[in-house]
Structure formats: structure tokens, C-alpha cells
Ligand binder design. Sequence first.
Ligand SMILES: Nc1ncnc2c1ncn2[C@@H]1O[C@H](COP(=O)(O)OP(=O)(O)OP(=O)(O)O)[C@@H](O)[C@H]1O
Length: 855
Amino acid sequence: MARVTSELLSLQTLHYVGPVCVLLYFSLAKTAATCFLHRPSKGTTVATRRYVALALLTAVCTTLVGQAVSRLIQSIAQPGTWAPQDEVVYFLISILAYGSLVLGVAENTQPIWHPYLGSFFVGGAFEVAITTLEALVHGAQNDFEFTRLALQSVRTVLLVVLCLLGSWYALQDRLDHSNHLDEAEPLISNGGPTPAKSYGAVPEQDDDEATSDIDSDSDEPNETRELRKKQRKRVEEKGSWIAYLKEFKVFLPMLWPSRDRIVQACLAAIGAVLVAERFLNVLVPRYLGFITDDLNEGNGVFPAHTVALWMLFSYLNSSAGLSVVKSLAELPVQQFAYKSIGATSFAHIMGLSMDFHNEKNSGELIRACDQGQNLQGLLEFALFQIAPMFIDLLIAFVYVYLLFDVYMSCILGFVGIAYIWVGAKTTGWSVRRRRRFNTAWRNESKVQNEAINNWQTVSHFNRGAYECDRYSKSIDEFNKAEMGYFISYFIGGGVQSLIMVIGRLAASFWAIYKVSRGEVKVGNFITLITYWRSIESPLMQVSWSIRRVTQMLTDSERLLQLFQTEPSVKDIPDAADIVIKSGEVVFEDVDFAYDVRKSTLKSVTFTAKPGQTVALVGETGGGKSTILKLLYRYYDVSAGSIRIDGQDIREVTLDSLRDSFGMVPQDPALFNISIMENVRYARLDATDEEVKDACRAAAIHDKIEGFPDGYKSTVGERGVKLSGGELQRVSIARAILRQPKIVLLDEATSMIDAETEAVIQQAFRRLTSDRTTFIIAHRLSTIQHADLILVIQDGKVIERGTHDELFQMDGKYVALWSRQLSKDVKTVGTTLHVDQADPAQLNMGSESTRGGADE
Ligand SMILES: Nc1ncnc2c1ncn2[C@@H]1O[C@H](COP(=O)(O)OP(=O)(O)OP(=O)(O)O)[C@@H](O)[C@H]1O
């Protein structure tokens, strides 16, 4: 008897533990396979395997249903023989577990086998034990028991067959895989790592192929597809999604307020409210149940104490209670994250080098920052929504069990798993659609941006209608993508709600049944009905959280990639500030290329002595501006070095280096603010008078005074309200105001007529006296008094010297003069045969064409 009792006890325990273990193993192994990027099997035998597994697993489920039906028929035919609780739970959870396996194989054309095979082994082992104990404890005393034992045995055999077949296939895969490697391996190994052999999985497949069905978006622009490809490569290099997600830790310092005590206090307050809410979620319905039971007793006593507590708990749990504290505390936390993500990404973008800014698309960049802001809620979300949600679910399982019985927990389990499964499926669809939606959204703003920014080009070619059509099409694309996304979102939500309703009805039905039989008090039913809402909300949150987190991660991919873009020019560790005493600049054997396939500068060597003016002349595209860009350290030299007062510019801080220059660029751009503020941008602490002095020196003061709003006039985007010459003069005023140590003038007067140029020569002389100066000018008269003139052609210095020395050489410099002179002479209607002109004549000519520029 004692033996039978212990065997019965073992059987009952196995009934609970067995199916739960299968379900747990399968869920964990599947999650791990996804996280660690296990590859699905591929090949001709895969379909056969799948069908065999599907058939056998369906048979396993059928035996379970058969057993359950036999029990049901027996209990109807022989009243009072209802199955014991452990057996019912065993049927229910086993159907859930093996049903999940069937679904998994059915919906995946290329399953990853090892979670299934492991589950077969776990399930098989338990089934062998359960069948043996079943035979020992119950035997086959009647037809019903015989049928059930037979079905139980068939299931055990089926699982053993699944184990053997699975192992055989896995072995075959390993052999195939190693043969494949042997054939593919070179005779002499290159010592590279051998691809990891994953159990039940076969050879590597092409990257794109492997993931194409998961996240390829056929209508993505190439650029985005390229980004995602890079991202996939990174995930694969990292080896798992977990390792990939670790990359998001760059955002952690932006989300976690390590130094802000107030925000930390807010986080603590939110945490305390969350703990209190967990208790209140249970206490409010429980006290309502107590009140119902008290009233049900009908003894005429008002349950004042219970009612008072119920009212207090209800108030605290309401939206006017603790959630107000939570909402108030959340605000500083959100603002902290908003500010730190925004400010860090802005600083990062501003710190990126010229190569990045030349390639960037501003609209896309701004959208990336906007979308990246979604991450602001991530930490708060993980800590204050996801964690409490799991705690709530755990509490719910135990609580409904205590209120009713294990069947109520099973109902909750079924509802939960079905709800989460549907949620995960719909998330899969909607993530893909969400990406398409994001892409279409970005594209729409890109088209809009491009057209508005290039309004002049659009109007030059009269392409207004074309641009409107292009924009209208991009809106159509956006609407289509939005529709696709929201349809999948709503359908998914609808199906999930249906599951919730069915779950609520099933739970109510079972509760009413128990109350009607007098097994539990009516207060428990009231508690359950009130509490069910608290159960639904974490369940809803599970799938919503999957959606939200995937959405947050998808949206912030771009920002992550942006953060991973390092500036190509940056300070070396421990770089010191530059110290400029005299301002000697030395270029030594400088080579440079924008693109490795084409060299731009070759062996450029020269010295600008302190206070000297160095002029760079030559044909367009020769590399003159590039020399200034290298000096400004927009790019680093490929070979050679640039030194200022003996300090290599790569070894000093960028800030101190750039602070030393005053640059007048070829195409100056202004902010759309007043002229006063635009000029003051060069030296933020300059007084109004200093700004005006600088403008006087740049011969633009009178002009500005002539504008209706004077110095307060705004200049339009990038300064479009000013003429080219005015723009250049404002830019010169800025350089004058800056009082730099080294002056860089890149075609600073190209749009200024010779007469005005003569006026500002004085200012130039003041600006450049005692300052090392670099001038690029196509109008050669501007540079003829330079201390050193470098003639640049095809990235090389082909001639060097003063104006007179170069004229003696009678080379390229003279040819440039001749060409310019001929142009100038032609403009005044005189034909001069420059080929025949001698340098002296040309020199004189140049003086005359300058129109007294020097004076
Ligand atoms: N950001 C860039 N990326 C790739 N190539 C570039 C870039 N900037 C300039 N180049 C190329 O480098 C070469 C030198 O250009 P650079 O602007 O230095 O010439 P330049 O002598 O100043 O011409 P210009 O007198 O017309 O201003 C040109 O062939 C140009 O096309």
C-alpha cells in the first residue's frame, strides 16, 4: 500500500512537472536560438524532415486529446469518476506544450531543430516514467483505462521515435557539414577560425539570404538597405543579438542620471510608487471581496473597517492617487533623457569631420535625431514597465490559484501564452511595416527638403510642376506605408483583444461554477472579476512592450550608427593647445587624396615665414583650396606634415588650432539673423562699435546703414538677401573682427568689383600686416605683392617665387597673367595679342587693369 502511495505521489508530481519542463525548455531554447543567431537547416531533406516531425507531433497531440476525451466519456458514463486534478493539469499543459511544437514546425519552413529535439528528449524521458507509473498505479482495469494506457504508450513510442530520428538527422548534418568543410578547405589552412557547428543546423548561408525573409524591405532606399546590411554584418560579427544590443550601451550614460541627484530622487520615488501599486492591485479587489462576503452574511452590521480600507486603497490606486506622484516624478526623468540624447547627438554631429558633412543629407540626419529621441523612455520603460509587468504576472498566477484552484491558473496560462504568441506574430509584421513607414516618412521629408533648399535651381529649369509631382508621389508612398502599418497594427490588436475576452469569459464561467457549487465564497468571484483587469493589463503590456522595444530599437538604429561614426579628424590623446608666437607655417612633402584612387596633392613643400603673405594661384581644380583645408585641418594629410611654429597640427587640439585662424571662404554663408549678429559670430564678445569698425574696414558699413533696418536687417537663409559681393564683405568684416593669428583668404574678393576691392585693400593690409596670410585669388592683381607666390597645377607646386621672380621665369605664371589680361582687354573691346606681349608690358597692363587697387 505504502509503495502504491509513493508511486501515486510520484505520478502526480510528474503530471505537474513533466509538461511544464517541456514547455519551459522549448521556450528557453527557442529564445536562445534567436538570440545567438542559430542558422536554420537548409537543403533538400529539410521539407521531408519537417513533414515527418509534423506528422509525429500531431499524432502526439492526438493521443493527448484522445486520453482527455476518454476521461470525459468515462466521467459521463460513470458519474463520480472525474479525473483527478493532476491528470487534468497534465492534459492541459501537455496540449499547450506539444501544440506549441506543432505550431512551431508548421509555421516555419526552415526550423532551427535543436529546441525541438531537446524538447523530444525531455518529453520522452517524462513520458517513459509516467507510462510506467501509470501501468503500475492504475493498470488497465476497464476499457477506459486500457484505452488511456494504450494512448499513453503510443505517445511514449512516438516521442522515442522522434528522439531517434532527430538524433539521426543531426548526426547526418554533422557528417555532411564536415565533408563540406573538408572539400572547401584549402590544403594549407590559413589558420582562420572554423565556423561554429551548431547542433542540428547545417552550413552557413549567404548573409542576405539568411536574413532576407526576416527584415528585408524591398522598397527601402539603397542607403538604408546599405545601413541595415552593415548592421546585420555587425550582429553576425558580434555573434548574437545580445552582443549587438550591448552596442546600445552608448546610450546608457545619456539615460542614466549618474550625477543628477534630483533625477535620481525622482527615479527612487517612481520605484516606491511601483512597489506600492503591486500591493494595491491585489488589495483593492480583495477588500471588495471581503465587503461582498460581509454583506452576504446579512447580519446587519456595516463593515466600516473593511469599507474604510477599501476606500483608502481605491483612492491610492486611482489616477488621483499615487499615479499623480509617479507622473510628476517621471517628467524630470524624461526631460533629463531628452536633453542628454539631444545635446549629445547634436554635439556629435557638429564634431564630425568635413568628409561626413560633405556626404550628409540634413533632412535624414535631423530625422535620425528625432527618432533617436524615442530611446529617452527606454530605461524608464525597462525598469518601470517591463519589470513590474512580469512581477504582476507572477503574482496573478499565484493569486488566482489561492482564490480558486490550479485550473484558474491554467486558464490564465492559456490566455497569456495565446495572447503573447499572437502579439509576437503581429509584432513581426508590424516591425517590417514600421520600417517601411519610417523609410517613406524620411523620403517624404527628403524630397520636400531638397526641393525647398534648391528652389533657385528648380525655378531656373522651371521644374516647379515636376517637384510638386515628385512630392505628391512621395506622400502617396507615405500614405500607403502608413496604411499598411496601421492595418497590421489594428488587426493584431483586434485578435489580441478577442483572446482577452475569451479568457475573461472562461475565467468567469469557472468562477461561477465553483461559487454555485459552494466551493468558494461569492467574494472570491467579485475579487476575480475586479482583479482580472489587473491581470489583463500586464498581459497587454507584454506584447505591447515587445512592440515598443523593437520599435524603439528600430527607430534608434540610425542614431546608433551615427554615434558609431567617428570623426576622421580628431584630437590625439593628451593633445596640447597650439602656441603661436611668430606664425611660421611649414608644409613638408604633403600628400593628400580625397579618394584613395586619385591623388589630389603631391609632395607640396613650402614655408610661409612669420608675417609673410603666401599666394596660391593656378588653374581651377589644381588643389589650392585643398591646401587651406589641410591647414585648417578639415582633413589630415596622407603623408608629410604641416607645422605651425614647429608644432605638427595633428598633435595640437583642434579647438586651439581653429581658434588661431581667420577664414574668408570662397562661398561664405550667413545665418538667417541680423547682420550685426552675423558679424559678431566671429567674436562673440565684440561690442556694436567694434562690429561697425570691422564693417567700415570691409567697406560694407555704408551699405548696411543704407538698408531699411540697418544692422538689424536679417539676411535670409545662408545670406541670400545679400549680393555675392556684399556677402564677401560681411565675411571679410568677420575676419577683421576676429583678429586672428593666421589669415586664410580663399577667393575673398572674387565677387567684388575692382573699385571696391581697392577700397578694402587698406583693410586687408591692416588685417594681414604682421600676420601670416594665405591668399587664393584668380584675379592675379590681388596677389602680386605677395611675399611668396605658389603656382599650383595638378596638386603640385610647379613654380614659386615673388611676382618679379616668376615673371623672370616666363612660365605658367606668365601664361596665367596673359590669359587674364587678354580676357580683361577683350572686355573693353581691345584686341591684344598676348602671346606676343612681354612680361614688362603685361606687368604694366596688370597695373592698369587693377584700376589703382593698391592705392
Ligand atoms: N570633398 C571633395 N571630395 C572629393 N574631391 C574633391 C573634394 N573637394 C575637392 N575635390 C577635388 O579635388 C581637386 C582640387 O580641388 P580644390 O577645390 O582644392 O581646387 P582649387 O584649386 O581650389 O580649385 P578652384 O580654383 O576652382 O577653387 C578637384 O579635382 C576637386 O574636384
